[in-house]
Write a protein that binds this ligand. Structure first.
Ligand SMILES: Nc1ncnc2c1ncn2[C@@H]1O[C@H](COP(=O)(O)OP(=O)(O)OP(=O)(O)O)[C@@H](O)[C@H]1O
Ligand SMILES: [Mg+2]
Length: 264
């Protein structure tokens, strides 16, 4: 479904502030696969999402989505196929507008052609059904200003909106990090529900080793713009947060994994 082939991103190239945010990174994600991405601050995780969504252009490499080369597509053109939820609950919804009005924006955003301003009846019904499934009572508050809602409620709405246009890929960038533990747990449950119900391809960045172990089919660790290891299959099934933390520390200590270890 998604392939990144030897992708590099360099910021401020040729200046003293040069940052090699992604270094010759390759990643292949199957349809319906759920991947968690971990790594320290500045490892390049959000840059990975920026290059997939088109916010940042790669210096080298190719990106394909569902068999099409999207490397040079502008961000807006990819947005029909890629849903994205950020860490800050305020980024996904527009304050001063009601839930219903936010839904209209998401629906207009998702239209491939034409500029109908109203939400189609089936879209609204779908959205209300998603909210009802979340069991937060938000389907009864469609005319409430989203600014009055909690962070968790706003993330729940953002998730439903991000999947309204039936994306091929859902990118979640620490989308529970700003929430209290209860709200975080609820939003994770919603994430799983949505991923399963719509057989979505999901890539989720998290700093929670527990989430990385509990969710998805494959864990990827990034460090200094590279994927330094990934864990899948049987090893992934038995994975515990302590295992990940050990491997994380082996990188933090500056004892980089050797090529032999990386290839083993
Ligand atoms: N637009 C930009 N201009 C210059 N440097 C950037 C830009 N975006 C990211 N960087 C740099 O690229 C590197 C990777 O940043 P990125 O945001 O991808 O890290 P991250 O893994 O998401 O970290 P965190 O866990 O803190 O969110 C960092 O050194 C960062 O300062
Ligand atoms: Mg980030």
């Amino acid at each position: 479904m998604l392939s990144l082939d030897h992708v590099s991103v360099i910021f401020n190239q040729g200046t003293p502030n040069e940052v090699r945010a992604l270094q010759d990174l390759s990643l292949f994600v199957d349809a319906g696969e759920f991947i968690t991405v971990i790594g320290s601050n500045g490892a390049g995780k959000s840059t990975l999402f920026n290059v997939i969504s088109g916010a940042v252009e790669p210096k080298a490499g190719h990106i394909e989505l569902d068999g099409r080369d999207i490397t040079h597509w502008p961000e807006y053109r990819r947005s029909h196929d890629i849903g994205r939820v950020f860490q800050d609950p305020r980024l996904g919804t527009c304050p001063g507008l009601t839930i219903r009005e936010n839904l209209s924006l998401a629906a207009i955003h998702g239209r491939r052609a034409g500029f109908r301003r109203d939400v189609k009846a089936d879209e609204e019904a779908w959205f209300i059904e998603q909210l009802a499934r979340q069991q937060l009572g938000l389907e009864r508050r469609l005319d409430a200003d989203v600014a009055l809602l909690s962070g968790g409620q706003r993330q729940a709405i953002t998730l439903a909106m991000a999947t309204l246009v039936k994306p091929k890929l859902l990118l979640l960038d620490e989308h529970t990090a700003a929430l209290d533990p209860n709200a975080a747990e609820q939003v994770i449950m919603l994430t799983q529900q949505l991923a399963e119900a719509h057989d979505l391809c999901v890539v989720m960045i998290t700093h929670s080793m527990q989430q990385a172990c509990d969710l998805g089919d494959r864990v990827i660790m990034m460090n200094r713009g590279r994927i330094v290891f990934e864990i899948a299959g049987e090893e992934r099934k038995n994975l515990k947060p302590a295992d990940l933390i050990d491997r994380f520390h082996s990188l933090q200590d500056g004892t980089e994994l050797s090529d032999a270890q990386l290839l083993s």
